[in-house]
Write a protein that binds this ligand. Structure first.
Ligand code: BG6
Length: 477
């Protein structure tokens, strides 16, 4: 279904995210007919280039991302014909009038700020003062949304000085991932799981976002952030919220986000003994974090594992273990809900029976599996065996349905005016309120994060975190 006609202004249009995700995402939505004929994308950046030159860079980016699946040349040319370019100086006066002249009345205006957060307030102010933004326009901002509570509050204040909260779209691209939304469908569109979804039946939850890449090429940003700010405060907290939240009364942006805020506010402070921090080290002849960081004594963590308690009626006694890191054995992300073991074994000689595990796999191969115990088929008496009931989305949806990238969905949601999958200002601030003391406690220490081998599943301390509680991490890779 096509969305309403729109003018999308993309600030930072020559940047990496625009070329890797946003513009190819828009192209895919165009191909499936979701972008109306009159829609237009106006790239804007500091670089002095013609519209033709800009279209050339977009074309190259789409070819690189879509490869053989790019489709007929005419379609690509048609898409490119909807793209314009205006050179704008975000911190000066140049370009703003020209940009204003390009915007048409009677259509949705969206301003996507794919730029450094230090520019958010100034761009918002110029959009507002110059009359480019109307009361219905949308402003979209990317992470990092602050590096602590104070900076997040300042960013919020800068945006809210010119836009209402209902116009502000703060992206956490994990919320645009297919399986992440499927978690909500699984929980709230089925009657099977919800009665079991509490500490009476669930032993613990493991949330893992493992990456195989290191920080190469992003060290200037990453070394000042670390895994806690880069991944945990946003993506992992969001995954935890969707797993732990109460059913909203309806599927509306504020009903969903109210429930997520309640989860974040219920998070207990995490004591240092419940956290493991790691930094990947050089392998024989290879390179390690410190070779990339540009600071040989950097204490920035490229891995974090922690035990988090959601202090409310539903989850008391069921810990959530979070883990994320770079240069691990595989790129693999999942939420594993580990049910309690059966209380009693009736089968002779089978020993202890393990609980069911429901795994919501985010990547690769999005899908859901449920570990169950069945009778090992065949003669020879009753022997038990663990098998997974497996639903791979690629298979379930048919081989030719291309999975939608998170950015595709999120950009279209902006045009539709649907904020459900975007973080509200109070939500971001609540997440920083929880994360800040953890980061501060680490800053006050002087020790290094524990080294771990590239290609491993993280440092020993992370294993100990679970062992101590008589539990085990699921294997990465
Ligand atoms: C980004 C982080 O937000 O998410 C990166 O800044 C990380 O460090 C990336 O690699 C992971 O996203 P995805 O979609 O590849 O899992």
């Amino acid at each position: 279904i096509p969305v309403e006609p729109f003018d999308l202004v993309l600030f930072g249009a020559t940047g990496d995210l625009a070329h890797r995700k946003i513009l190819p995402g828009l192209f895919h939505r165009f191909v499936v007919g979701q972008m109306p004929d009159t829609a237009r994308i106006i790239g804007s950046a500091r670089s002095d280039m013609s519209v033709e030159e800009f279209r050339g860079t977009v074309r190259a980016a789409i070819l690189e991302q879509a490869g053989d699946e790019v489709g007929p040349e005419e379609v690509l040319a048609d898409f490119l014909s909807r793209i314009d370019y205006v050179r704008v100086n975000a911190t000066g006066d140049e370009g703003w009038d020209e940009l204003a002249g390009k915007l048409r009345a009677d259509r949705v205006r969206a301003f996507y700020l794919s730029v450094a957060p230090s520019l958010f307030a100034e761009i918002a102010e110029r959009l507002h003062a110059g009359g480019l933004a109307t009361g219905d326009s949308r402003i979209v901002v990317e992470k990092p949304f602050g590096r602590d509570l104070q900076s997040a509050q300042e960013l919020n204040a800068g945006l809210r000085a010119c836009f209402d909260e209902h116009q502000i779209y703060r992206i956490d691209h994990y919320l645009g991932k297919e399986t992440v939304q499927n978690l909500m469908a699984l929980r709230f569109a089925n009657s099977l799981f919800e009665p079991l979804w509490n500490s009476t039946h669930i032993d613990h939850v493991q949330i893992t976002v493992a990456e195989s890449l290191g920080i190469e090429g992003r060290e200037a940003y990453y070394d000042k952030s670390g895994a806690m700010r880069d991944m945990v405060q946003n993506h992992l907290v969001q995954l935890l919220c969707l797993t732990a939240m109460e059913p909203p009364s309806k599927f509306t942006p504020n009903a969903v986000r109210d429930e997520k805020v309640k989860v974040i506010e219920a998070l207990d402070p995490v004591p240092d003994e419940d956290i493991a921090r790691g930094q990947y080290r050089a392998e024989k002849g290879g390179d390690g974090y410190l070779d990339h960081a540009g600071d040989p004594s950097s204490r920035t963590e490229s891995f974090v594992a922690m035990k988090v308690r959601v202090a409310n009626w539903r989850w008391s006694g069921t810990p959530f273990y979070l883990r994320t890191g770079k240069r691990l054995r595989a790129r693999e992300s999942e939420i594993a809900v580990v049910f309690r073991d059966p209380p009693h074994t009736i089968f002779p000689n089978v020993g202890h029976l393990r609980g069911n595990v429901l795994v919501i796999r985010l990547q690769p191969d999005e899908g859901i599996t449920l570990r169950t115990t069945i009778k090992d088929p065949g003669p020879g008496g009753l022997r038990l065996k663990e098998v997974s009931l497996d639903m791979s989305f690629a298979e379930a949806l048919g081989a030719d349905s291309r999975p939608q990238d998170a950015y595709e969905r999120l950009v279209m949601d902006v045009i539709r005016g649907d904020q459900t999958l975007f973080m509200r200002g109070d939500e971001v601030e609540a997440a920083w309120t929880w994360a800040d003391p953890i980061i501060r406690a680490w800053d006050e220490r002087t020790d290094q994060p524990t080294p771990y081998d590239t290609g491993s599943s993280g440092p020993e301390d992370a294993l100990m975190l679970m062992h101590r509680d008589g539990r085990r991490w699921r294997q990465v890779g």
